[in-house]
Design a protein around this ligand. Structure first.
Ligand SMILES: NC(=O)c1ccc[n+]([C@@H]2O[C@H](COP(=O)([O-])OP(=O)(O)OC[C@H]3O[C@@H](n4cnc5c(N)ncnc54)[C@H](O)[C@@H]3O)[C@@H](O)[C@H]2O)c1
Length: 255
């Protein structure tokens, strides 16, 4: 699929992986809609990218605001790419506390609400927005979701996060099969450990020790590498139903 003469919507585009992806689409000649929470820095990020980018606030867990954002992205062009980067970290809660009491359910529900139900909300509304596009190179559109290496080797304290990201991985092939009749491809990127604001809360020595566990290259991932892969997935018409790990061969230890 050609990246110029299309509109790409990037959720979570105000920060981290989403911001790098929004920049990359604009550099490749696409018009870009950044979608993020109203109190995010989406407007400033769009201004930094330039005339090709605009900010349309939406909460990915909310049908109405996200549907309006997809509608806005369709104005004046064809929305052919949606890269879904919005998400949150986990809660680091163990199943039992030190006294053997079970963890509550509220936090688990909150993580699944944003990362899993939010992803399905993006998937269904993106597909609906793409369904009437004219076919180009065999496609009406391409959707890229974001899982995590934790979908495969979640660490202790990551039950909610790993379940949410495992769900995103699991629905990728189902969505690709389901949307095949519409000419819409669905793929997922599973990042390892990337240097974004999501990791800012970690101390430098912890970031260094994470970097040391990555076989090659021995450093945290760069958001530009994520963006590069997202663009390649959208361009490559034969890539469908796949979760691609982007992690420098990292396989996470139990803790
Ligand atoms: N950074 C990493 O190491 C890493 C590793 C694996 C997976 N991921 C995943 O990649 C994605 C992007 O992470 P990041 O590192 O760029 O994080 P980030 O915190 O820099 O950016 C996430 C963005 O999502 C937005 N967001 C959060 N909840 C939202 C909601 N309900 N509606 C709309 N926007 C919302 C935030 O405002 C923020 O701008 C997340 O899904 C994360 O789980 C990140």
């Amino acid at each position: 699929m050609r990246l110029d003469a299309m509109t790409a919507l990037v959720t979570g585009g105000a920060s981290g992986l989403g911001a790098a992806t929004a920049h990359a689409f604009a550099r490749a000649g696409a018009d870009v809609v950044i979608t993020d929470l109203p109190n995010s820095e989406g407007k400033e990020m769009a201004a930094r990218i330039g005339a090709r980018a605009r900010f349309v606030p939406a909460d990915i867990t909310d049908g109405d605001s996200l549907s309006a954002a997809m509608g806005a992205a369709k104005e004046g062009g064809h929305l052919r790419a949606v890269v879904h980067c919005a998400g949150r970290g986990g809660d680091r809660l163990r199943i039992l506390d030190k006294e053997g009491n079970p963890a509550g359910l509220d936090s688990y529900r909150e993580v699944l609400e944003v990362n899993l139900i939010g992803s399905y909300n993006v998937l269904r509304l993106a597909a609906a927005a793409m369904a009437d596009n004219p076919v180009q190179d065999g496609d009406r559109g391409a959707i890229v979701l974001t899982a995590s290496a934790a979908a495969f080797e979640g660490q202790i304290g990551q039950t909610s996060y790993a379940a949410s990201k495992g769900g995103v991985h699991a629905m990728t092939i189902v969505a690709a099969r389901d949307l095949a009749r519409w000419g819409i491809r669905v793929n997922t990127i599973a990042p390892g450990t990337f240097d974004t604001p999501m990791l800012d809360r970690l101390r430098q020595d912890i970031r260094d020790s994470i970097a040391a566990t990555i076989p090659h290259p021995k450093r945290l991932g760069d958001a530009a590498s994520y963006a590069d892969l997202a663009l390649s997935i959208v361009r490559n018409s034969y890539l469908n139903g796949e979760t691609i790990r982007l992690d420098g061969a990292l396989r996470m230890a139990p803790r």
